[in-house]
Ligand binder design. Sequence first.
Ligand code: ADP
Ligand code: MG
Length: 732
Amino acid sequence: MTTSPTSAQRAVSAATQWHSNAQDQRAGKQPIEEIFGVDVFGWKTMHERLPKSVYKALQRVVNEGDVLHPSIADVVASAMKDWASERGATHYTHWFQPMTGLTAEKHDGLIVPNGDGQVVLRLSGEELSQGEPDASSFPSGGLRATFEARGYTAWDVSSPAFIVRGSNHATLCIPTVFVSWNGEALDQKTPLLRSIDALNTQAMRILKIFGTDEGVGHVQTTLGTEQEYFLIDRNLYYARPDLSTCDRTLFGAMPPKHQQLDDHYFGSIPSRVLSCMAEVEDELYRLGVPVKTRHNEVAPGQYEIAPVFEGMNIACDHQMLVMETLKRVAARFGLKAILHEKPFANVNGSGKHCNWSMATDTGVNLLDPQDETHTNLQFLTFLTGVIRAVHLNGDLMRASIATAANDHRLGANEAPPAIISIFLGDMLTDIIEQLEKGTPSRTLKGGALDVGARTLPQIRRDSGDRNRTSPFAFTGNKFEFRAVGSSASVAWPCAVINTIVADSLAYIADEIEAAVGKSPTPAKVDAAVKKVLKQLVKDHKPVVFNGDNYTEAWHEEAEKRGLVNLKSCVEAYPALESRQCAALFKKHKVLTKPELDSRIEVMYEKYEMQCQIEAEQMALIARQMILPAAHEHQRRLAETVGATQGAGVDSGGIFSELENFVGLVDRFRDKLEEFERAIDQEHGGAKDAAAYVHAHVHPLMDDLRALGDELEGRVASELWPMPSYRELLTLR
Ligand code: ADP
Ligand code: MG
């Protein structure tokens, strides 16, 4: 239990004071801007600093898709420059999210010599709006031939600029998209923004059908992420080459105590860790990231941080900032933040739950069952749209979260399996089953449901029970995609969900519009909606599964239901290569075929390179660290045998220990040689290389690790060349 107020509580109380009594400010109380969002050039700051006409024009760019006029950019740039330099910023950067899955930035000075021995502060509209980083250094998956290395960053007006600080520097970061010279997406964000538009278009059609589009400007996708991570002592981290190059251990025997007692989850937070978390939170507040939750996770040394949900574009940017801030701040506390999905074998891995919903700009959550009966049919339409989307495109969702790192986690009885299904909970499942049979007419006990004859029932708000084993769970008023990896950018999985749901909503809207014809009446709409939904439930119900996803029985059942179980990247990526997938992304203008192809190429490349680095690192550890330690241990044993025999004492016990140990070292050495030969093989394309690594290198890594871990249990601890799991997981 923490008793001191969190910075969030401080921020909230500061806000309350600020609003309730402006005089408090003069009396020395802290105004909210000093903590919350102080380093963000958001709408509030723009309202204060921009001429009204410019401010309005900018709002039209964001909300109505108006074109950004250069003269407007000039005014905004000038205000942004003043604001940033008043806050100590000396440089600015276009901040973007290339297909590496990380963020990239190139800093330029805001201070420019003007030729007569003086300097001026400058940021032009053009510099704000467009940049040209050396694109050839970022993965393009073949989109950009080497002779045409141009790539441009373009200001994403919808995400606010912010200042990132260090002890002696402050940089204005301008969120941008990254595209090639002909506008092809080279980043994670462009398809995300396009998918948000696609979902908006189709969701608006559904609202129109129900006549609830009145006064609604657009439908925004919302996202709340829950980030799991490990904090490990920094010195121990760098004492292990596997952690410092791969962010995960490649060897490591289990200590007697790890997570079996479940005594870490929600336990009290160690003080060094808590100090680190508080500083992370403070920095994030400054950047306007609304962090709310912090707690211990299941594994020792594992924690979670979760901001309150926001519009998806900004939430994705904020998610990148959460990861960067965790890494940056941890260093100050002598800690290392590990975001890898599976840093330690046999210990829980880390995920990043993505809570996903849709809301109108008037504030209505479209996945909220609502109290008002007449809107429930609309809710069920959106719900059924999601069910159809997931049933038809579970393989794409699976592919969207497939990375070399996440392969170690999915399906390991700690994270959802690789089979994508939906948890709805008893109440909603009951309702869709009624819907399938006709008009729902039954009230579930508890009185939460009040089923009208003409439309659909009232549904208790918190209709979802908890089911932590489902990869995609309805949790009251949103879906929670739980299979996303902890180190991933959430932009790509979110873009995939938006696109497949947009496609389903388009299908539903087409069907209903066709059935109602040119002159819709409420009765016609009602009948058409029910007919369409009934069929959809019938067709797509098999994707709903409320049971325990971790059981073997579910794997069998899922197979009977025709749900795919794609256990690795190599099995998952081909879903993206299908004709239907290309058509889907093209139809909704999220990715062109060349853009999609380039992404797939980058995924295979990344998978293969990451695996190759791990394999080479593992071989080095085995050869340079474990074998020498084992040989030294062997020498000591042999000396002891010799000394024992020399003393004329029966050496049988120690002799067989030596023999046994030598046997183990020999097996380790043989396996290492086999492994070294396997990783030396050359391969053609990235896809072939990935398949090879998966089929031939990974099994050898498992074997070598098992032998290495056995050696760790046998070699004298003073000889073992790396910190053990016990030290890594318990020293805080
Ligand atoms: P859990 O119980 O799964 O640990 P929490 O309730 O703590 O989850 O957090 C769930 C996350 O879902 C939070 O980030 C929260 O802001 C977010 N969330 C809540 N409502 C919505 C919504 N309508 N759209 C998207 N995310 C939401
Ligand atoms: Mg959750």
